[in-house]
Design a protein around this ligand. Structure first.
Ligand SMILES: *Cc1c(COP(=O)(O)O)cnc(C)c1O
Length: 388
C-alpha cells in the first residue's frame, strides 16, 4: 500500500533515471518523455551544464535567508530584467506562489496610491493559476474549488474569447486582468497577438493592470522568451515558474517600476525563495534559453512538428479535431475523451499529458532533437491507426 494521500490518480509507472528527452522506467523500458514534468525540465533530464552547476553550488552554499544579500539571485534578476519588460523581480518557489505574489503586487499598488478598494482581479473562467486557496478561486473552476470554501472573494470571471463579457465585468473596484497568455491546463488555447494588444489598450483606458501568467508558456516554451513578446505588449506583472529552474523548483514574479513601488520592505517574503542553489541553476537555464539562436531553434522545431502533426490530422480527421499551440506547447484536440489515446501512446513508449477539452498535451524539452520529434510522430500516427 501507499502512504501517499490519494489526491493523485497515478499511473503505475516509475522511473530510474532520465537523459535528455528520454526516461528509463524501473522495469527497464525507455520512454520518449514529452511531458518533462509538465514543462518543467525545459532542457530535458540531467542536462550536463545543470548537473555541473548544481554540483558546484551544492559544495559552496545552499541556503541563506533573504535577510542577507544573495548575489546569485541579484544576477538572475538582472538577466530577467535586461531581457524583458520587467524592472524588478521577487523570487518564489512555485507557480502558484508566483501567481499569488502577482495578485499581491497588483493590490498593493492600488493600496499604495490610496485606492485600497481597487482590489478585484478579473480572470478567465476555468483558467489555471495554481492550487493555493486564492489561486483556485482565481481559476474559477468548480472542480478545483469544490469543498474548499469559504470562497476566497475578490475574483471575477469571463469566458475565454467573450470580449463583451470581459468589458462588462470591469468595474471601479477592478485592479487587474489576469490571464494565461496561452492556457495550458485549460486546453492549449492561445490568446492571439491582436487580442493581447486590445487587452493592453483596455487596461490603459480603464487604468487597471495587466497580469500575464507565463508560468507554463514562458521561458522559451512558445519559441520566444515570453509568449506575449511578439505582440509587443508590455504587461505590468508576469508570474513565471516551471521552465526557469530546468527541474529545480523556482517561481518568480516580474513587474514594472510603477507597480513595484508598492512593494516596500515587509510587504512580502519567502523563506526558501531565491536561495543560492536555486538561483545558480536558474542562471544556467537562463543563459542557455535566452540565447537568440536557441530560441530560433525552438521556433523551427515547432514549425516542423506542427506541419507533421497537421498532416496526421488531415489523415485522421475523424479522430483529431484540431492541432494547436505555439512553440513546443502543443495540443492535439480529439473528438473523444483522450484517456485511451494517451494510454496507447504510453504503450508505444511516448509520454504525453492531458489538458482540458479532450486535449493531448505535448511538451518536449526545448532542446529536443529532430529525430526525437520524428519518433513521436511515428508513434502518434501508429496510435491513430489503431484507435477505434
Ligand atoms: C502550473 C501552473 C501554475 C501553478 O504552478 P505550480 O508550480 O504547480 O504551483 C500556475 N499557472 C499556470 C499557468 C500553470 O501552468
Amino acid at each position: 500500500m501507499s502512504y501517499l494521500a490519494k489526491n493523485y490518480n497515478r499511473k503505475k509507472l516509475s522511473f530510474k533515471f532520465g537523459k535528455g528527452s528520454y526516461l528509463y522506467s524501473t522495469n527497464n523500458i525507455k520512454y520518449l518523455d514529452f511531458v518533462q514534468g509538465i514543462a518543467v525540465n525545459s532542457l530535458g533530464h540531467s542536462h550536463p551544464k545543470l548537473v555541473k552547476t548544481i554540483k558546484h553550488q551544492s559544495k559552496k552554499l545552499w541556503h541563506v535567508s533573504n535577510a542577507f544579500q544573495i548575489p546569485e539571485g541579484e544576477k538572475l534578476a538582472k538577466k530577467l530584467c535586461q531581457k524583458t519588460f520587467a524592472n524588478y523581480v521577487i523570487f518564489q518557489n512555485s507557480g502558484t506562489e508566483a501567481t499569488e505574489a502577482a495578485i499581491k503586487v497588483a493590490r498593493r499598488y492600488f493600496y499604495s496610491i490610496g485606492k485600497p478598494n481597487k482590489n478585484r482581479i478579473l480572470c478567465i473562467k476555468n483558467s489555471f493559476h495554481g492550487r493555493t486557496l486564492a489561486a483556485i478561486f482565481a481559476s474559477g473552476s468548480k472542480k478545483m474549488t469544490e469543498g474548499f470554501g469559504p470562497k476566497v472573494t475578490g475574483f471575477d470571471h469571463f469566458n475565454f474569447g467573450d470580449h463583451n463579457s470581459l468589458k462588462k465585468k470591469i468595474n471601479k473596484n477592478t485592479a487587474a486582468i489576469m490571464v494565461e497568455t496561452i492556457m495550458g491546463e485549460g486546453g492549449i488555447k492561445v490568446i492571439p497577438d491582436w487580442c493581447l494588444k486590445e487587452l493592453r489598450t483596455l487596461c490603459n483606458k480603464k487604468k487597471i493592470l495587466l497580469i500575464l501568467d507565463e508560468v507554463q508558456c514562458g521561458i522559451g516554451r512558445s519559441g520566444d522568451f515570453f509568449a506575449f513578446e511578439k505582440s509587443k505588449v508590455k504587461p505590468d506583472i508576469v508570474p513565471i515558474a516551471k521552465g526557469i529552474g530546468g527541474g529545480f523548483p523556482i517561481g518568480a514574479v516580474l513587474m514594472n517600476k510603477k507597480v513595484a513601488s508598492g512593494m516596500i520592505p515587509g510587504t512580502h517574503g519567502s523563506t526558501f525563495g531565491g536561495n543560492p542553489l536555486a538561483m545558480s541553476v536558474g542562471n544556467t537555464v537562463m543563459d542557455i534559453i535566452s540565447n537568440k539562436k536557441f530560441l530560433n531553434n525552438v521556433k523551427s522545431l515547432s514549425k516542423y512538428f506542427l506541419i507533421k502533426l497537421n498532416k496526421i490530422q488531415k489523415k485522421y480527421p475523424n479522430i483529431i479535431k484540431q492541432v494547436r499551440g505555439k512553440g513546443l506547447l502543443i495540443g492535439i484536440q480529439l473528438y473523444k475523451d483522450q484517456t485511451e489515446f494517451i494510454k496507447k501512446l504510453i504503450d508505444n513508449r511516448l509520454l504525453t499529458i492531458r489538458a482540458a477539452e479532450n486535449v493531448v498535451r505535448i511538451l518536449p524539452p526545448l532542446n529536443v532533437k529532430k529525430n526525437e520529434i520524428d519518433l513521436a510522430i511515428k508513434i502518434i500516427e501508429r496510435v491513430c491507426l489503431h484507435i477505434k
